[in-house]
Every structure is written in C-alpha cells, then in structure tokens.
Design a protein around this ligand. Structure first.
Ligand SMILES: Cc1cc2nc3c(=O)[nH]c(=O)nc-3n(C[C@H](O)[C@H](O)[C@H](O)COP(=O)(O)OP(=O)(O)OC[C@H]3O[C@@H](n4cnc5c(N)ncnc54)[C@H](O)[C@@H]3O)c2cc1C
Length: 388
C-alpha cells in the first residue's frame, strides 16, 4: 500500500520534510541568501548535494527565477553562478514552451512519438514503492510522505516507468504531479516527455551503478545491475510488470467564489507572490475546480498552498480569500469588477487585465524545440539579472 500523509510521517531519507516548506517569507528570503552556488555544480546530481529545494516556491510564484539569480549573483561571481542559472533557464524553457504550444504540452508528444509503449497504467511497483531498487523505493516513500524528490531520483523513476516498464508518460506524469509539492504542469509533463524520448532525441536510462554513485549507497546484484548496453533491451522485470489503477483523491480548499465589485487582484495558486500588490484591491486566490479535477493535487500540496495564502494574509493582505469554482462561475462573479491578474498559461481563459510575469531571460524571438537552442538564443538576448 502507498504511504499516506499522517501527522508525523517518518523523516525523509533523501529530501526535506514537508515542514521545511511551511516557513515564513522572511525565512525564505534568508534561504535565497544562503544558496551555495559554488558547491552546486559539482554536487547537484547527488541526492545529498547542495541543491536549493526552492522549486515549490518557484512553482507557486512565491519567488521568481529572477529573484534567485539576483540573490546568488549578489554573493558570487557570474562564473560561479553559471550552472545554477543554466538550471533556472530549464524552468524558463519549459514555461516558454508552454506559452508557445499551449495545452498541447500537457497531452501531446511534442517532438516524436514515445517509443515502445505497451500500457498507459503505472506499474504497481512504483505505486507501492516496491520496485526492488532500494534507493528508488526510499525516494518514493519520501515523495508520498513529504511531497519532495531530488531531480536525479525523478529521472530514475521516470525512466523506470517509461523506458523499462514501457508506460505511456501521461498517467505517470499526473501521478508525480499529484504528489510533488512543486508539481508544475509544464516542468513536469515536459520532463517526462524528455526522459521518454518524446521531447528529446534520446531516451534517458540509468543503471544501478549510476544510482549507487549518486546516492552513496550500494545494491550489487539488483535487476538494474547491468551494463548500459544490456539496459537498452532489458526485459521489464517482474517488479514492474503488474499494473495498478491510479487513485488521486483531491479536495481543493476554499469557499465558492463570491460576486465582487471594485478593484480585484485575481491570483491563481501559481501567483502567491507577496510582492505582487495592488494596494487598494481585494486579493482573491481562485482555484479552478475543473482544472484540478484533471490535475489533482495531494493533501500535502493543498496544505502548502493554504500555508502560503495565510502568509500573504500576515504580510498585509488580511482579507485575502481562497475561493473556488469553474471559470464560468469566476467570470460571472467578477463581471462587475475591475480585475487584474498575472500571466500564466493555465489561467488564459480567466477575466481581467494581464500583468507580465517576472522572468530571468527575455523570450526568444523564435520557437525553440530544444533547450540548447533556447539557451543559445536567450543568452544572446541577455538576462535581466543584476550582476556583481
Ligand atoms: C520526471 C521529472 C519531473 C519533474 N517535475 C517537475 C515539477 O513538477 N516541477 C518542477 O519545478 N520541476 C520538475 N522537474 C525538474 C527538477 O527535477 C526540479 O525542478 C528540481 O528537482 C527542483 O529541485 P531544486 O529546487 O532543489 O532544484 P535546484 O537544482 O536547486 O535548481 C534551482 C531551480 O532551477 C530549476 N531547475 C533545476 N533543474 C531543473 C530541471 N531539470 N528542469 C526544470 N527546471 C529545473 C527549478 O526551478 C529549481 O527550483 C522534474 C524533473 C523530472 C526529471
């Protein structure tokens, strides 16, 4: 059985506990100032490496990629920050792709048809954390209990699901998005496509040696303890053959959307930025129930969202309301209001004038289907980050 969140789940083995993400805004800003950009490049692939764990805050728009870059560039040289900024650019690449391609990023194979698919259902070994690969099973327990997983572990899990068990990427992407505190519609679906060879030129595979190297553990003789050559044609092991059906119970918080007049600053759960203010406006955080039926989120994730809505309240938005409904209900409720919101592809159909999001890099002037093309283009244009 899958672990469920309890009041005191076991401490995570390879990641941060949920409580770490339920901090104050001041603590969060202190963490930006404590990022170790110098150790980041050589350690980021290791499960205990000096990564930032900031993605839930970036996903929910509490901080921006630009803010992270400014914070590290204030204390390190541009050269020291290169790798971290490169990774921030990956996030922007996924989001620019989402802006450009729209909802297709959530449903379609963007570059090539995913090879070798035999099922759309996830292996029970992943659903139950019984893959037999000890590090992966521990990372899955951390995910179910705390909503956190290191990037390398995500790549291993996605590779097992798509390239070893030959599962269509869509259902596993919904499953991971559900559990992650940072579940991000663009970064998640496009990363799955990238691992599965649908948004890249090559599938991603990892063997036990790779997992041992980056986890600091050792599991000789596991079913993944094979060469890369053998991995290319590895038959799906018994641990991943049985399939399970996906149950993702989700209960978005919030009262039904209320009619309003006057100035309304309409936030989504992806714009919980305390610095985005309209002094004289009513601030409403709207939860689109139809979207969240398609892309449900775990109780841990909603706890994180509610915490950060409360933080906004503490930071001067005392009357901030978390409300829910369909987009049609939202339009009716705010038909007499003067609405402003921030650009975000999942909210394109919402009413109101649109503010630009804060980006690190200016958008490329052409479609970029690969990250390398994107990064080359945006570097030519230049970033808005403040350098030391
Ligand atoms: C299968 C799979 C699913 C993923 N799903 C998500 C998701 O739902 N939400 C999400 O934010 N990221 C996702 N990622 C990307 C990456 O795993 C996370 O952004 C990263 O683990 C966040 O940890 P961190 O904040 O410590 O990152 P750091 O290494 O500290 O990097 C700083 C920031 O750079 C960005 N970043 C770093 N690596 C990547 C990357 N590979 N792709 C895109 N952005 C990156 C993130 O915004 C991250 O917060 C996924 C990756 C894979 C392989």
């Amino acid at each position: 059985m899958q672990d469920t969140a309890t009041d005191s789940p076991p401490a995570p083995t390879f990641s941060r506990p949920l409580e770490w993400f339920l901090c104050s805004y001041d603590e969060l800003l202190d963490r930006l100032d404590a990022i170790n950009a110098t150790l980041y490049p050589s350690t980021r692939n290791h499960l205990d490496g000096h990564v930032t764990w900031l993605s839930p805050f970036l996903t929910h728009g509490i901080i921006s990629t630009r803010q992270v870059a400014d914070a590290v560039l204030a204390r390190h040289s541009a050269k020291q920050c290169t790798k971290l900024i490169y990774e921030l650019a990956w996030r922007e690449f996924f989001h620019r792709t989402w802006q450009d391609r729209g909802a297709a990023v959530l449903t379609d194979d963007l570059r090539a048809e995913q090879p070798g698919v035999v099922s759309s259902e996830l292996p029970s070994g992943l659903l139950n954390a019984t893959t037999g690969i000890e590090v992966i099973d521990d990372c899955l327990h951390d995910l179910f209990n705390h909503g956190t997983m290191h990037n390398h572990a995500r790549m291993w899990v996605a590779s097992l699901a798509t390239n070893i068990a030959h599962t269509d990427w869509r259902e596993p992407a919904r499953w991971l998005h559900y559990h992650l505190l940072d579940g991000d519609l663009a970064s998640n679906t496009l990363s799955w496509q990238w691992v599965a060879g649908a948004f890249s030129h090559k599938r991603y595979l990892a063997n036990q040696e790779n997992i041992d190297k980056y986890s600091g553990r050792s599991q000789p003789g596991s079913w993944l303890d094979v060469t890369y050559e053998a991995l290319e044609t590895l038959p799906t092991p018994p641990e991943l053959r049985e399939r399970g059906s996906l149950e993702l119970p989700s209960n978005p918080p919030g009262n039904t959307i209320q009619a309003r007049a006057g100035a309304v600053a309409l936030r989504s759960i992806w714009n919980l930025d305390p610095a985005w203010r309209r002094e004289d406006a009513n601030h409403v955080v709207f939860v689109d129930t139809e979207l969240h039926e398609r892309w449900p989120m775990s109780p841990n994730r909603w706890r994180f969202v509610e915490h950060w809505v409360q933080e906004l309240g503490k930071l001067g938005r005392k009357d901030i309301a978390l409300e829910q409904g369909t987009v049609a209900e939202l339009k009716t409720a705010l038909s007499g209001a003067e609405v402003v919101r921030r650009e975000y592809p999942a909210t394109n159909a919402w009413p109101g004038d649109v503010d630009e999001r804060e980006w690190l890099f200016t958008a490329p002037d052409e479609r970029c289907d690969s990250f390398s093309r994107f990064f080359k283009k945006v570097r030519q244009i230049g970033s808005g980050a403040r350098r030391r």
